[in-house]
Each structure stands twice: as C-alpha cells, then as structure tokens.
Design a protein around this ligand. Structure first.
Ligand SMILES: [Mg+2]
Length: 107
C-alpha cells in the first residue's frame, strides 16, 4: 500500500490546520494551556454527540457544523502544538488504520 493521500490533499489539510489556528488565535483562544485545549475539545465533542442523537432521532440537527467544529478545534490545537504537519500525520494514520485487523484485533 502506498501513500494514502496525495501531496495536494496533505497541503490542503496543512493549510486548513493553519487557518483554524489563525482564526482561533484572532478570537483569543491562543496561546492556550493544555487544560484549555482539552476543555474546548471536550465541549465540541459533546456538541457533536448531541447532534448525532438528533440526526439519528430524525430531528432537526446541525451534525455537519458540529462535526466540522470538532475537526477545526483539533486542527487548531495540532497546529499550535506541532506546526504545519498534521496533513502528513493524517495520511500516515489512515495508512496505519487501513493495515490493521478487523476491529483492530479487539473482537
Ligand atoms: Mg460546536
């Protein structure tokens, strides 16, 4: 198995992570402590969990927006901590996951 994502896609993911960080910084969320980053991530995951329930119950939902928020929040934190490399990390992890066994060997 070769590369999972092409270089243009990796570059686009890197640009998105930088943009997520730049916008969050411009709104006062960075610099941030580990506790602040973790709290924000948990809040966003909680929000998408509510929207998953709404979606599955056939109710009005904002699943796409809240799913995007989780990714955007993680992108910003990754850029703050690691710099512009999350695109390659995503490609590498997709490749690793694709090579893992059924249910990752956990039954
Ligand atoms: Mg949200």
């Amino acid at each position: 198995m070769g590369k999972m994502l092409d270089s243009n896609t990796i570059a686009a993911l890197n640009a998105a992570s930088k943009m997520a960080y730049d916008i969050a910084k411009s709104k006062g969320f960075y610099p941030a402590t580990s506790g602040e980053m973790i709290k924000k991530l948990i809040e966003e995951v909680d929000e998408v969990a509510v929207e998953i329930r709404n979606f599955l119950n056939g109710e009005d939902h904002a699943l796409g927006e809240e799913a995007a928020d989780v990714v955007i929040t993680m992108f910003a934190a990754a850029y703050f901590l690691l710099g512009e490399g999350v695109g390659q990390d995503i490609s590498d992890k997709l490749k690793k996951n694709a090579g893992r066994p059924w249910r990752h060997g956990k039954g």
